[in-house]
Ligand binder design. Structure first.
Ligand code: PLP
Length: 378
């Protein structure tokens, strides 16, 4: 798409990646102009160290953790791998709706998958039975909010079950942090994964936060960075960007909740146009910014392309796996039939979204829906 057209296009794919906030770009570009390895003892090194530690404090504050418990990583994917492969536990239990980075890391360790209910929440009875069935120490991994449907999991209840069975709990909070209030201690989570680019920070920067008393053995070995928990020279500018994004996300959390107005308006209008459309996860509590909705009879890839031509960027299923046309494992785990799942579109708002974006998106939806219906009845 030519640059001018891209400028006019509406971006509604925040769950894939959010635009970097201007304040983050400014802070990162200033950081990139300064030299310094955060491990060096001279003044340049100490300045870089200071910038990394400021960022650590901001990221910790986003989820109510102590800064010393933050392990910076190269992505949310790395954080998930570090937790699942290096936190111990003789058994691994994951929910069937987890992100691919959890499912793939878990598959390597022969993890068991626990079922979802039709509304997208984890089946707590099924989890309880699995935990009770085997006394070996377990690591349970359940995300806080789903990237495709926005469904928020009952983490405090999952934590109570895990605790009752002596299991550790890892939570992939990559989609939840910065969108809803997250407090690790209140949730009762032992390990939590975050990613900078979902909250207006840079891509390729993440964190695993481990509760006091929980340790992970490193995936990456070499230098003693990150308190010997993750070797490799720190990405100082990237971490500075993560820190600023975390602070801004915390400060604007209330405003983020207001995005539910856009989501609900779009949902209402779509259902008024097409009562047969299905909104996935509607019965559960969801992230305020996420709408996963079917346009019956129109494949999601076709919708994404038609929206793209209309200058509206959205995604089908999980954007992390876009390019490959595979049915959504999340919708399948919710018991959604294949035809409905194949026509599911994900629309996700964020910090720069405005009411005009809802209008453009609705116009694109309505136009494609009419064209499809005309073709069908011709
Ligand atoms: N977990 C969830 C729920 C996600 O949505 C994503 C990315 O889409 C990730 C983990 C991976 O994060 P990253 O892109 O930083 O590797």
């Amino acid at each position: 798409m030519p640059a001018a057209a891209m400028r006019d296009a509406v971006y509604l794919d925040y769950n894939a990646t959010a635009p970097i906030r201007p304040e983050v770009i400014d802070a990162m570009s200033a950081a990139m102009r300064r030299v310094g390895n955060a491990s060096s003892v001279h003044a340049f090194g100490r300045q870089a160290r200071g910038a990394v530690e400021t960022a650590r404090g901001e990221v910790a504050a986003l989820v109510g953790a102590a800064p010393s418990r933050v392990i910076f990583t190269g992505s949310g994917t790395e954080a998930n791998n570090l937790a699942l492969r290096r936190a111990g536990g003789e058994r691994l239990l994951v929910s069937a709706g987890e992100h691919d980075s959890v499912l793939a890391a878990a598959a390597e360790s022969g993890a068991e998958r626990t079922a979802l209910l039709g509304d997208g929440r984890i089946d707590l009875d099924a989890l309880q039975s699995r935990l009770a069935a085997d006394p070996r120490p377990a690591l349970v991994s359940v995300m806080l909010a789903n990237n495709e449907t926005g469904v928020i999991q009952p983490l405090a209840e999952v934590a109570a079950l895990a605790r009752a069975h002596g299991a550790l709990l890892h939570c992939d909070a990559v989609q939840a942090a910065g969108k809803i209030p997250v407090d690790m201690a209140t949730l009762g989570v032992d390990l939590m994964s975050l990613s900078a680019h979902k909250i207006g920070g840079p891509q390729g920067v993440g964190a695993l936060i481990v509760r006091e008393g929980v340790e992970v053995t490193p995936l990456l070995r070499g230098g003693g960075q990150e308190r010997r928990r993750r070797a490799g020279t720190e990405n100082v500018a990237g971490l500075v960007g993560f820190g600023v994004a975390a602070r801004l996300a915390r400060e604007t959390l209330e405003g983020f909740a207001g995005l539910a107005l856009f989501r609900d308006l779009l949902e209402r209008e779509i259902l008024a146009l097409a009562p047969e459309a299905r909104v996935f996860g509607r019965e559960a509590s969801r992230l305020p910014n996420t709408l996963c909705v079917s346009m019956p009879g129109v494949r999601a890839e076709t919708q994404v392309m038609a929206f793209d031509l209309a200058g509206v960027a959205v995604s089908s299923g999980s954007a992390c796996s876009s390019g490959k046309v595979a049915p959504s494992h999340v919708l399948a785990a919710m018991g959604v039939d294949e035809a409905s799942a194949a026509s599911a579109l994900r629309i996700s708002f964020g910090w720069a979204s405005g009411p005009q974006d809802v209008e453009r998106c609705l116009a694109a939806w309505s136009d494609l829906h009419h064209r499809h219906n005309r073709r069908r009845t011709a």
